[in-house]
Design a protein around this ligand. Structure first.
Ligand SMILES: Cc1cc2nc3c(=O)[nH]c(=O)nc-3n(C[C@H](O)[C@H](O)[C@H](O)COP(=O)(O)OP(=O)(O)OC[C@H]3O[C@@H](n4cnc5c(N)ncnc54)[C@H](O)[C@@H]3O)c2cc1C
Ligand code: FES
Length: 369
């Protein structure tokens, strides 16, 4: 970095009207003192609508832990759009993301990305990571929800003979099942991994009942569980774990340490969500949204996140996960009232920071942007 800074100063005098930054980027596309970048090294097509993009990050990146995710930015029609993607490669390896073509940004990533392209990046984050102390694990995944768990399996299974991992992986068909062959090969090679595929085209939706899960993994209650997949899948898993915890608690109620025992007996369930339910705000009235610094006014309904309202109006909106977890979209509320679309809660304190990705207008709103 110091080497680059000295070079940047030396070249500044020689490169007008190109800045030293532009000049250095010509030689090293991942160089930027302002914005972390990565250069795409390989693209592997996984299924008909998904691809894994390997990249070499520039200065400012730090090694990821298995299960973490990173914000990835791409330019669409001249506007930089950010989305979050789990890092699917093993910890200690160059990072990679595995993306399913599901909308505007993922479409470009899956269909158009090629080696040599530059991605805008933010460093890895997230606490959907392996437990600190070894435990037997149950992984529950569906669709692209396999990506963070794949990183965990790739990290743990070949290196730790004492690991004990059962994966229940749900997909519509074998052809749509990400990493199916690699998972089967790992399970053949390493006795510490058991893979249970569930194909909904043949067996219907995976029912989260104690019996169904026990049929696939008899000792599921004693395992630390991790789940990642669509909303309905995760809600069903959460319901089952809550029911089991309630049953355990009822069984041990006379005991003073009932709470602790219930927790220990049921095991933990750690969930990673790729999207969030924003229906709590449905059907409410919106209002006139004023983006003060950008000098834009838009009439907004009460259900659309202010992030989308601003982007559609051409306002440069900060964003990241777009689902209320990363806080990259915080903007001060100047005046007016917004509704949190997850909870229905109203916020109207001037100066309060609001998450535009999960907040909608609830009357006139002035934003400091
Ligand atoms: C922590 C985290 C990790 C993630 N990891 C991964 C990962 O590993 N792999 C992965 O593929 N994704 C992952 N995601 C999801 C990812 O961030 C994006 O949300 C996803 O790629 C869709 O973004 P997009 O821009 O392509 O879709 P958008 O254009 O933003 O669309 C969002 C959704 O709306 C739907 N939609 C878009 N346009 C329309 C329309 N006109 N009518 C109806 N519906 C529409 C799309 O189907 C899509 O589901 C992760 C998300 C989070 C928060
Ligand atoms: S964009 Fe991540 S919290 Fe809003």
């Amino acid at each position: 970095m110091i080497r680059f800074m000295k070079l940047a100063r030396a070249t500044a005098a020689l490169t007008t009207p190109l800045t030293a930054e532009d000049f250095l980027a010509l030689f090293n596309p991942v160089y930027s003192s302002r914005q972390l970048r990565g250069i795409v090294t390989r693209v592997a097509h996984e299924t008909e609508d998904s691809a894994t993009i390997y990249f070499r990050p520039g200065h400012g990146w730090h090694a990821h832990q298995a299960g973490q995710w990173a914000r990835i930015g791409v330019e669409l029609d001249g506007v930089r759009q950010w989305r979050s993607y789990s890092l699917s490669n093993a910890a200690g390896h160059d990072p990679a993301i595995t993306v399913k073509d599901a909308g505007s940004v993922s479409h470009v990533l899956v269909r158009d990305t090629k080696p040599g392209d530059v991605l805008f990046l933010a460093p890895p984050q997230g606490d959907f990571v392996l437990p600190e102390h070894p435990r037997s694990l149950l992984m529950l995944t569906a669709g692209s929800g396999i990506t963070p768990v794949m990183s965990m399996i790739r990290t743990l299974v070949p290196r730790r003979p004492d690991a004990d991992v059962v994966l229940i992986n749900s997909n519509s068909t074998p052809e749509k099942s990400l990493f199916r062959e690699e998972l089967d090969e790992l399970a053949d090679q390493f006795p510490n991994l058991t893979v249970r595929h569930w194909f909904t085209s043949a067996r219907g939706r995976l029912q989260f009942t104690a019996q169904t899960i026990a049929d696939l993994c008899p000792d599921w209650r004693s395992r630390a569980a991790y789940a990642c997949g669509p909303e309905g899948f995760l809600n069903d898993a959460e319901d089952l774990w809550q029911q089991e915890a309630a049953v355990e608690q009822a069984r041990t109620v006379p005991n003073v340490t009932a709470g602790a025992e219930a927790q220990a007996a049921t095991g933990t369930l750690t969930i990673e969500r790729f999207s969030t339910d924003l229906t709590a705000g449905a059907g409410h009235d919106g209002g006139l949204v004023t983006f003060e610094q950008s000098d834009r006014e838009v009439q907004a309904d009460g259900d659309t996140p202010l992030l989308d309202i601003g982007e559609d109006a051409g306002v440069l909106m900060p964003s990241g996960c777009r689902m209320g977890i990363c806080h990259s979209c915080l903007i001060p509320l100047r005046a007016g009232q917004v509704r949190d679309l997850r909870t229905g809660e109203l916020h109207n304190t001037p100066g309060q920071l609001i998450q535009t990705c999960v907040s909608a207008a609830a009357g006139p709103v002035n934003l400091d942007l």
